[in-house]
Design a protein around this ligand. Sequence first.
Ligand code: NAD
Length: 970
Amino acid sequence: MGALQTEIERRGERIFDLVDQHPESLFSKAGFYQRMMALSMRDEHFKVQLFRFVDVLASLHRGTDIVQHLDEYFADMRNGYRPLIRTGVLLAKIVPWISGQALRWNVSGMARQFIAGRNPEDVMKTLRKRRAQGIGFTVDLLGEAVVSEQEANEYAMRCLELLEHLARETRGWTDPLGKNTELFPVVNLSVKISALYSQMNPADPDDAIAHLAPKLRPILRRARDLGAFVNFDMEGYAHKNSTLALFKTLLVETEFRDWPHVGIVIQAYLRDAEDDLRDLLEWGRTRGTRFAVRLVKGAYWDFEKIKSRQNGWACPVFLQKPESDLNFESITRILLESESTVTAAFGSHNVRSIAHAQALADELGIDRSRFEFQLLYGMAGPVKRALVEMGYRVREYSPVGELLPGMAYLVRRLLENTSNEGFLRAKFSDNVSESELLRDPSDLVAQGPNGARHVDASGDDASLGTPPGDTYENAPLVNFVYEQNQDRMREALVHARKLLGQKYPLVINGERVWTDKTIASINPSSPDDVVGHVAEAGIPESERAVKAARTAFEKWSRTSFETRCRLLERAADIMQRRRYELSALEVFEVGKAWAEADGDIREAMDFCRFYAHQMRLIGRPRLTQHVLGEESYQHYWPRGVAMIIAPWNFPMAILSGMVTAALVTGNTVIMKPAEQSAVIGAMLMEIFEEAGVPPGVLNYLPGKGSVMGAHLVDHKDVDLIAFTGSREVGLRIWESAGKTREGQRELKRVICEMGGKNAVIIDADADLDEAIVDTIYSAFGYQGQKCSACSRLIILEEIYPRAMERLMNAAASLRVGNPEEPGITVGPVIDGKAHKNILNYIEIGKNESRLAFQRGDVPEKGFFIPPTIFTNVDPKAKIACEEIFGPVLSVIKARDLAEAFEIANSTEFALTAGFFSRSPANIERAKAEIVAGNVYINRSCTGAVVGRHPFGGFKMSGGGTKAGGADYLL
Ligand code: NAD
């Protein structure tokens, strides 16, 4: 055993001895909290329900509501096996008012365990007590998530007030160790960076810095003048790089360059933590003034894991706990070895990590007064006391805020305390031996299981009984948090700009065909820029294309499905290779923001691969039944020539989806993109040619829908029509295709996906942090031009005032502009016609209802429409019934849920809907009562993922087919 390990053990044992001298359970306060925690550790399901209940409590005002939620959350635990809860719930039901209050009181008590004070005055009591114990503080302001600039400004004000207050109240306080005091100001404020700017977008760190710096400068200045310290806190991975960049930018400004009392956080659970630290140290050396780093393990582990899994991203956090512990130790070493540049704060409750830092500091000859340990308020009291007794510097991280709105923080702490892998639980609750707790994490990493779940995406082991989403792995989204991805997108935009104005021919039977007329596709952000001139197909070219497709059908329909699947997969690979280029083209041609454009390309790749995957499942003839003496098989047969008519709003994804489904099932295709996105259509043709599509199997035929589109819909040799677009056109196609023409062989099959008038409902107990952000995104993301976009918002009366206030402030904070810039949420609408049409609806809205909000600052050039919100909207009003397809939201107040559902279901459409609620019973009602093809609970109502959310509506929204679903190919 090495000398360091021996020393770590010696110190660890000493800490444990001291801890044992003052026995205290993990949960220092007895009673309700202790019982709840003990139960949570024994029963994972109870734990989840308890934390959800704690989370919702702040939004419940009536005793009956509290009791109802209690009943719903714990309903399934009452079958005798949890008598305590059963009795509790029964009693609560008898006297809901009293029990409601009692529960609030008890849960507030839990919150009080972790929240050091309600407000600056209140927190001083705690800080004084700690001072007497030789423990310092850093104060952090709790609150709701910041969704608007108004809320961000309020947070900045609160920080300044808190600073003033702390400085005033701690005048005369001295450093507990009395040594190296110049490194450790008494007043220490931790700032949550994301609370200072509501529009932080990982793709645009420059914008974040441009908005955050002016809010932070006054805080930093005041702190410096008051002799206080400011720490930049770290939250989720999405904002990490921007936070680091902000820190490095601000603190080399002349006025702050020589100020040492600033710090930032490094999270050891991140795989790139060490690189970030080395970078910071390099920066610090160049800056020439000390700064501080708080090393923590990180508090968003579950969130990061889920988020990266959902988006197909490399997981930024270590999957095994000992890996984070080990990384914590490596970083401890780097910090201590760089002591001349950086002041370290070790933020951990883990005695092994603490003992390691102590032993290493000694080995390196660093005095114990030159670094500090930081521990959370309300946790690990005995460890803090032990450290003070050993002569170390201890600072407590002390959150300040109202108890109930601070619930999100409380839940994070509860999770930490009850986590299977948490140190505190192991020591104080599970009584794990000291030697085990002091083991070198590197031993444990080597032994540990690989936490990653392997998903077999090959499809070989899939059967019809396996959920399709489980055997298919979606393409990842581009993660714009990485600078190299931002750079690639910027370069792609520069490159795409150079290609603007090119000419694109039709492709019929593998030949390039030029016509007299062209369609000019323009850039909606800058209508003078022509993205491309596309040859326009007329009737003669349409006839040629049908002929080519019909001829090619003979062979293609007999080509093995495996060959057809491979064609799709090659196309997906080419899209992957050209991904940035295609996204950049979408920014120019249809005005999509970066992430929206990338999402569209991702979806296109998913359609290719998912349909190939599905085809392999259904391609072989299937035995229908085991019967003696006979063998009967069912198999599918291609139909013939497919006419694909696509809209412009998902120009690559929808076009690819419809085209690939037809191709892989053995049909030949005439592909007609929308006029506004014909250049992207030309790119899809190029991709399929490169992938090796045989001549005539896929024909590229841009043209006027009303002319050649209508002609082909009626054509006797077209057997299948897949259409996505407006209701008006869809119904015309549906009707026209129903007529049998002279010489027609087949009954035409029509797949018709049309518009929506989608409603989002916000229930009285909804989490507004989530509901507002997601509703704003659903309504105004891509300028409201998604068929799934929210255009009606139905809010329950009880929560209406607060929800509206936050909603309008959030809309006022959105970034509107040219989507060439990263981080834009609202760009231009597609063309002049749409522009006029939407403005017309806004005028109608002004007569029908109340214009509650409209942005005044949209760019003049380009087809920009100001995000607009109407209130007092009659559910029967035109703006509440007709699809507007722009950034216009109608808000309707509902008395109760029954009325909300009735309003939601009252239009002729049924495409998507959203429901925000924390009541399990109401969620069940929503699932049963909302009539829409895709109903999303507690999430935005846009952004369906192939395989995960099969997409399509009914009523006047579509024929019930589900794109990206298992049965779409049938
Ligand atoms: P649109 O109906 O104007 O055009 C769609 C396509 O139909 C275009 O290619 C157009 O050229 C063609 N077309 C027009 N007239 C035609 C005719 N008479 N015969 C044959 N083809 C004709 O729709 P759009 O403006 O491109 O797209 C927006 C609409 O699409 C919205 O209503 C939106 O809700 C809907 N949409 C629905 C879904 C869905 O999955 N349900 C998805 C995306 C878009």
